[in-house]
Design a protein around this ligand. Structure first.
Ligand code: ADP
Ligand code: MG
Length: 571
């Protein structure tokens, strides 16, 4: 190296490096998967750019990933022929963490190894996982299509800083050298490495090559062991190198699906479930959609990357293609491989394209079907899904008119029936328990579950044994604004307007109510005069059994919870 300079890691990187080495140690072998995954991504990116600019291959279009190890030097090396990195890219990719909210995320680390491992896994650590097994990592890289002199050298011991320098590098792509820590010699073993690649990276669509000893060279033509034989090495492909989604469903093991999920999602944990489909006909595509088990830490962040990995005729086109699923399904990860789109498709074209719209409709249905199936067959898993992602799904009825009913059917609410805060009652459950003569689905919305459960509006319902849904998520009132009906029944806020229990009241009760109204007429009008400034109307009520009075919002007014949100927002 000619000259190198020292640079500091961003604070978050330092924290992450420290935490990772400690909390992921029991899982250390995943570093190999992460590095192979990056090499594969880099190769995908290059082949995509080379669609329009063949020159980027620099005369060598055969993409692969090579793993070398050196027992004497105790190094493990990964070489790819992918897109490579410029100096600026090296600094930002291997010196900072771009994800917003990272600092806050890191503050939540507890020091408890198990918990932290799970959190960090969700966060996705990638390249930095090399420092779990290495006490020094060197990177040699050059961006495809740039001059030989624009190679970059990066090196770090994973503490506070890294070295950065310019090098000449004849080959494009990236070479990563891990100087293994004492005690990590297990990764300098042909058999161990082969197994790891097969276990974690078999689905990588380009070959992973390794130099292995050619044992057959030990013997002569008659099968006798040669004297004074020196070991001969040959390059061998150790993964199957077929994109997983192109294979037959029946030939793919669950573990293979899970590894593939981790590759595309950057998640460390297993997916909850998936749906893999090949479709031929009007549309011609393959999709593989995964439902994660846990919400990412930045799910509520508006610029969070989302969407599917798009391939066209097996060629990688882009990450985070968000046009293929509606926003309320943004937690789904996966791949869509279309045979109808052109290889030249761009984000702009995706914005308004009939094929894309048709794919979106089809994929949305796939996801909703997958969720319905899970709700039916594995209610416990479904409950876990709902606890993680239910709030996002609640955006559905407003966004997706066509699937409103289907999405509503997937919802779960807290209810007076269970008396628990857990949202585990579906609208269908509710309807199944409706009283004779009950026409509507009743709910109450408040700031917290306890406020909802303690609402005076519930008194008459309790007395009559009528179930009421208890809503307390911020989004609930907005949701109900878009979901006025389910299965032909209206959803009614019991805190709004005149309470008409219709056929649920018998004649005697009705008569009694009319009498009370008359008896209190002068009192209510007197109160109304006193409170003229503050209320629209004062009337007797039959909805209370214990409380003397309550406030009710007009039928067409904003709900109490919504009003508070608007006030908080300064409106
Ligand atoms: P992620 O893969 O989730 O983006 P990583 O920490 O694994 O996070 O990698 C960070 C970034 O570094 C990648 O997004 C990529 O831009 C760059 N990078 C890592 N490895 C390579 C490589 N082998 N070739 C080119 N770029 C790479
Ligand atoms: Mg990565």
């Amino acid at each position: 190296q000619a000259t190198t300079e020292k640079r500091e890691f961003q604070t978050e990187v330092k924290q992450l490096l420290h935490l990772m080495v400690h909390s992921l140690y029991s899982n250390k072998e995943i570093f190999l998967r992460e590095l192979i995954s990056n090499a594969s991504d880099a190769s995908d990116k290059l082949s995509f750019l080379a669609l329009n600019d063949d020159g980027l291959y620099e005369g060598d279009g055969e993409l692969n990933i090579r793993i070398d190890f050196d027992k004497k030097k105790k190094t493990l090396t990964l070489i790819d022929k992918g897109i490579g990195m410029s100096k600026d890219e090296v600094v930002s990719n291997l010196g900072t963490i771009a994800k917003s909210g990272t600092a806050e995320f890191l503050k939540n680390m507890s020091g408890d190894q198990k918990k932290d491992a799970r959190l960090i896994g969700q966060f996705g650590v990638g390249f930095y996982s090399a420092f779990i097994v290495a006490d020094r990592v060197e990177v040699f890289t050059r961006k495809a299509g740039t001059p030989v002199e624009q190679g970059v050298y990066w090196s770090s011991e994973g503490a506070g800083e890294f070295d950065l320098g310019d090098i000449e590098r004849p080959t494009r792509g990236t070479e990563i050298v891990l100087h293994l820590k004492k005690g990590e010699e297990e990764f300098l073993d042909e058999w161990r490495l082969k197994n790891l690649v097969r276990k974690y990276s078999d689905h990588i669509s380009i070959p992973v090559m390794m130099e292995v000893e050619d044992h057959s060279a030990k013997y002569d033509d008659e099968g006798k062991e040669k004297e004074n034989h020196k070991p001969v090495f040959k390059l061998e492909q150790i993964n199957s190198a077929t994109a997983l989604w192109t294979r037959n469903k029946s030939d793919i093991k669950d573990e293979e699906y899970q590894e593939f999920y981790k590759h595309i999602s950057h998640d460390f944990a297993d997916a909850m479930t998936w749906s893999h489909n090949r479709v031929e006909g009007k549309l011609d595509y393959t999709s593989l959609l995964f439902l994660p088990a846990k919400a990412p830490f930045d799910m509520w962040n508006r610029d969070q990357q989302r969407g599917l990995k798009l391939y066209v005729q097996r060629v990688f086109i882009m990450d985070d293609a968000e046009q293929f699923l509606p926003t309320y399904l943004r937690f789904i990860k996966g791949v869509v491989d279309s045979n109808d789109l052109s290889l030249n498709v761009s984000r702009e074209i995706l914005q308004s394209n009939k094929t894309v719209d048709a794919l979106k409709t089809a994929l949305t249905k796939r996801v909703l079907d997958m969720l319905e199936k899970m709700a039916k067959k594995k209610p416990e898993d479904y409950q876990k899904f709902w606890d993680e992602f239910g709030q996002v799904l609640k955006e559905g009825p407003a966004e997706d008119f066509t699937n409103k009913e289907k999405v509503a059917g997937l919802m779960r609410f807290a209810s007076t029936h269970t008396g628990e805060a857990t949202q585990n009652v579906s609208l269908a459950d509710y309807i199944g328990r409706m009283k004779e003569g009950q026409k509507d689905i009743y709910y109450v919305a408040a700031d917290s579950h306890n406020t909802a459960a303690g609402s005076p509006h519930l008194e008459v319902f309790r007395k009559k044994g009528i179930e009421v849904l208890l809503l307390s998520d911020r989004i609930d009132e907005w949701l109900m604004g878009h979901l006025s009906e389910f299965d032909g029944k209206h959803l009614k806020d019991v805190g709004k307007g005149q309470l008409d229990l219709g056929d649920l009241e018998d004649e005697e009760e009705k008569k009694k109510h009319e009498e009370t109204d008359k008896a209190f007429e002068s009192l209510t009008s007197q109160i109304a005069k006193e409170l003229e400034e503050d209320v629209k109307e004062v009337r007797t009520t039959h909805r209370l059994t214990d409380s003397p009075a309550c406030l009710v919002v007009g039928e067409y007014d904003m709900g109490a919870q919504m009003r508070k949100i608007m006030e908080a927002a300064g409106q």
